[in-house]
Design a protein around this ligand. Structure first.
Ligand code: P5A
Ligand code: ZN
Length: 477
């Protein structure tokens, strides 16, 4: 019925559903008059705050937060050749201060390597200064030429977490790469999102990196979204920017570096992976409201019900839960619809019968109803929130599993690719990859797949039949 879904397209029509849910659930307003720039509604912003509080908590275990300027002088930006090549088509330049032309034009950072590393060169003197591990969460600007989309492909990335580390040795930097992949795994597990980790092919690595490890999620339409990358930078940037340290023998050495980035694509992943025909389904870890209390007022006991609701609300809040009692003058059904659309993990219905029986009717966002006792309500509610989290993770995992397929010929790969991600064997040569990409109209996402996958480590290359290794092929956002 039109009223029930409020005009939300079915999630099977993912692109239409996504655009509509972002608007109706008040995540972002897309009407800002600059292409690729969007406005966070307060509800979307609250979701962003919760999600980035979670991310900060993980990072703060071994990084420190910092803040660097937005503007980068052209002279610094132009120092690292590969880095320039990778970004020159996407950089916005500030050329004027008022009416006068600037002597050195200034880049709006597309990422902050060239802002941060000249300062690292000043800060790092000896091995005692290492490792250095800083991160910042800032806006970055990329004049993307591909189709822009809220949270997915932005020209102002408003929630760019970038970490930049310096180490004494290549191996130590490599351990940091592993550590940050583990951290991402934990972050996405807390969001109930199963991920694929793989090594991007050489031609697709970050400009200026030794190698790039990528984190991908499979969206409901089977297309992959890169929701994080960890790069081993080797000594490319430290040679360019003169980041050196004196080792224990008194000799000058170049620092070895990593960088790591996550953007608001993580929120696109939450929305896309968990949502359903009714709207958002938010993991309790980051839902701005974890529990909605809906007073069901029939007959004359309105005041009594509201008082009981307030008491419950403050009791749950005191136990650390994010709770809202919805006292608006609307039918309960309309309120249920509102909170479902906004993804609230649990609603508690409170009517006269529940007062008398000292019970609470709890309905989770997946529709499961549980009756709990009014005594120790906070404890029971927390247990229910844990259960619904496990359920959405399990559902997301089985979705991922159902979308992962294998193929041994390019013809089979082509046939199965629509809506799926393929695991194949590939010999590692560029020509075979080009041919495969051309035949399938998809990309070779990566090798050295870390996450669970469905193919032997080795097998004959899907194109040339020489010995190959497992690789992922998919169509990506
Ligand atoms: C790592 C942080 C970097 O920029 N420098 C500092 C490194 N890597 S990256 O792969 O180019 O970007 C990191 C992650 O940011 C997301 N991302 C985007 N999100 C939204 N809109 C965009 N236009 C956009 N571009 C990149 C991706 O998730 C990427 O992995
Ligand atoms: Zn081959």
């Amino acid at each position: 019925m039109a009223e029930d879904t409020g005009g939300l397209p079915p999630r099977s029509d993912f692109s239409a559903w996504y655009n509509e849910v972002i608007r109706r659930a008040e995540i972002m307003d897309v009407r800002y008059p600059v292409k690729g720039l969007y406005v966070w509604y307060p509800f979307g912003f609250a979701l962003r705050s919760q999600t980035y509080t979670l991310l900060r908590g993980l990072l703060n275990r071994d990084h420190e937060e910092t803040l660097f300027p937005l503007l980068i002088p052209e002279t610094e930006f132009m120092k690292e050749a590969e880095h320039i090549k990778g970004f020159e088509n996407e950089v916005y330049w500030v050329t004027h201060g008022g009416l006068s032309l600037l002597e050195v034009k200034l880049a709006l950072r597309p990422t902050s390597e060239t802002a941060i590393y000249p300062m690292y060169a000043l800060w790092i003197r000896s091995h005692a200064d290492l490792p250095l591990k800083l991160y910042q969460i800032v806006s970055t600007f990329r004049c993307e030429t591909k189709h822009t989309r809220p949270l997915i492909r932005l020209r102002e990335i408003t929630s760019f977490m970038e970490s930049h580390t310096v180490h004494a040795t290549w191996d130590e930097a490599n351990e940091q790469v592993e550590y940050e992949l583990g951290l991402s795994q934990e972050f996405y597990r807390d969001l109930g999102i199963p991920i694929l980790i793989s090594k991007r092919p050489d031609w697709d690595k970050f400009p200026g990196a030794d190698f790039t490890m990528a984190i991908d999620v499979v969206m409901p339409d089977g297309r992959t979204l890169q929701i994080g990358t960890v790069h081993h930078l080797g000594d490319h940037f430290s040679r360019t920017f003169g980041i050196t340290y004196e080792d224990v023998n008194g000799e000058q050495q170049f620092g070895l570096q990593t960088c790591y980035g996550i953007s608001e694509r993580c929120i696109a992943a939450i929305i896309g992976v968990h949502g359903d025909d009714k709207g958002l389904v938010l993991p309790a870890t980051v839902a701005p409201t974890q529990v909605a209390i809906i007073p069901v007022i029939v007959g004359k006991r309105g005041d009594e019900i509201l008082a009981a609701g307030e008491e419950l609300e403050s009791e749950l809040k005191q136990s650390g839960l994010r709770v809202k009692m919805d006292t608006r003058d609307m039918r309960p059904g309309a309120k249920y619809y509102h909170w479902e659309l906004h993804g609230v993990p649990l609603r508690v219905e409170l009517g006269p019968r529940d007062l008398d029986s000292r019970q609470l009717v709890c309905v989770n966002r997946l529709g499961a109803k549980t009756i709990i006792s009014r005594e120790n309500a906070a404890e029971s509610v927390k247990k229910l929130l844990g259960e619904v989290h496990d359920q959405i993770l399990a559902r997301a995992e089985s979705h991922l599993e159902s979308r992962l397929m294998t193929a041994t010929t390019s013809e089979e790969c082509c046939r199965k690719l629509d809506g799926n991600v393929m695991a194949v064997h590939w010999c590692g040569c560029r020509e075979c990859a080009d041919k495969l990409e051309e035949l399938t109209n998809a990309s070779l996402l990566g090798t050295e797949i870390r996450s669970r996958y469905v193919i032997d480590d080795e097998g004959p290359c899907i194109i040339c039949s020489k010995l190959g290794r497992a690789a992922l092929v998919g169509r990506s956002y």
